[in-house]
Write a protein that binds this ligand. Structure first.
Ligand SMILES: C[S@@+](CC[C@H](N)C(=O)[O-])C[C@H]1O[C@@H](n2cnc3c(N)ncnc32)[C@H](O)[C@@H]1O
Length: 271
């Protein structure tokens, strides 16, 4: 009987010790997890396939403080990223994904960051240019924001990606805007911009330029904003504001890593 009591006391002590060890370990893990805001924009905010819908993706982007406004949340919820990736590619993981031709669809947190930076320049009726439009995802988001009285223009130099993006947009909530002509995608060297619908209130460049192309500065409206990654190995996301007197101010938002804004030949060779 005495032996039984001792055995139960020992067992009880073991269980309590295990609980205490577990609590201590959990506290340590929590303490060493970096704050979301300490991550640079080159990093991934979440991974895993549990995230499988636009709404969940938006909630994650909000919880990390990347989506700050209702309008950006709405557009990301309404333009389903799942319609813009090739078969077999996971659309809602926070990572750039290959779309062929040495190009990628940018990570959700980069799309959201650029939409936040450009939100005030994507008001209904405004003009937006998306250089290196790739899958067409961000061009479709721009179109939804500027609406039927605005203009959203995508320019991309790989003809197969231009056709792919048009098919993607046709499946999305931006399809009526494509049909009515408020949204268009064109095959060209994006470093030259697209003068037909200039000046633009918002210009987004989705590939890293060694320096800011002058035609893009020229096509930016006084009072407008361009967001462009600049650099080669080390790149910064630059925010270029053209003031009403035409003068330019440039600031760095964050460090980034994009594919280069280059010639079609160099891109296809992987240079
Ligand atoms: C990182 S991808 C981003 C695509 C798009 N923002 C997206 O998320 O789907 C960069 C794109 O820029 C395009 N690109 C690179 N240099 C270009 C140029 N000189 N003119 C037009 N497009 C270019 C690439 O083909 C590629 O589609």
């Amino acid at each position: 009987m005495k032996e039984n009591k001792a055995f139960f006391r020992l067992q009880h002590l073991c269980v309590i010790s295990l609980i205490l060890i577990r609590v201590a370990l959990t506290a340590k893990i929590t303490a060493t997890t970096p704050s979301p805001l300490s991550l640079s924009r080159m990093e991934q905010y979440w991974s895993g396939s549990a995230m499988n819908k636009s709404k969940g993706m938006v909630e994650n982007l909000q919880s990390y403080g990347i989506i700050k406004s209702r309008k950006v949340a709405e557009v990301i919820e309404n333009i389903d990223r799942g319609l813009f990736v090739p078969n077999g590619v996971q659309p809602y993981i926070d990572s750039p994904m290959s779309i062929g031709y040495n190009a990628t669809i940018s990570a959700p947190h980069m799309h959201a960051t650029c939409l936040q930076l450009l939100e005030n320049y994507l008001q209904p009726g405004m003009h937006a240019l998306d250089v290196g439009s790739g899958t067409g995802y961000l061009t479709a988001c721009f179109a939804l924001m500027v609406g039927p009285d605005g203009r959203a223009v995508g320019v991309e130099h790989i003809p197969e990606l231009v056709s792919f993006s048009i098919k993607n947009i046709e499946k999305s909530a931006a399809a009526p805007l494509l049909k009515d002509g408020a949204l268009s995608v064109h095959e060209c060297d994006g470093r030259q911009g697209w003068p037909e619908f200039a000046p633009y209130d918002a210009i987004h460049v989705g590939a890293a330029a060694p320096e800011i192309p002058q035609p893009l500065i020229d096509q930016l409206k006084p009072g407008g904003r361009m967001v462009i990654p600049v650099g080669n190995i080390y790149q910064d996301l630059k925010v270029v504001d053209k003031k009403s007197d035409g003068s330019i101010s440039i600031r760095t938002e964050t460090s980034v890593r994009y594919v280069p804004l280059t010639s079609k030949e160099a891109q296809l060779k992987g240079e």
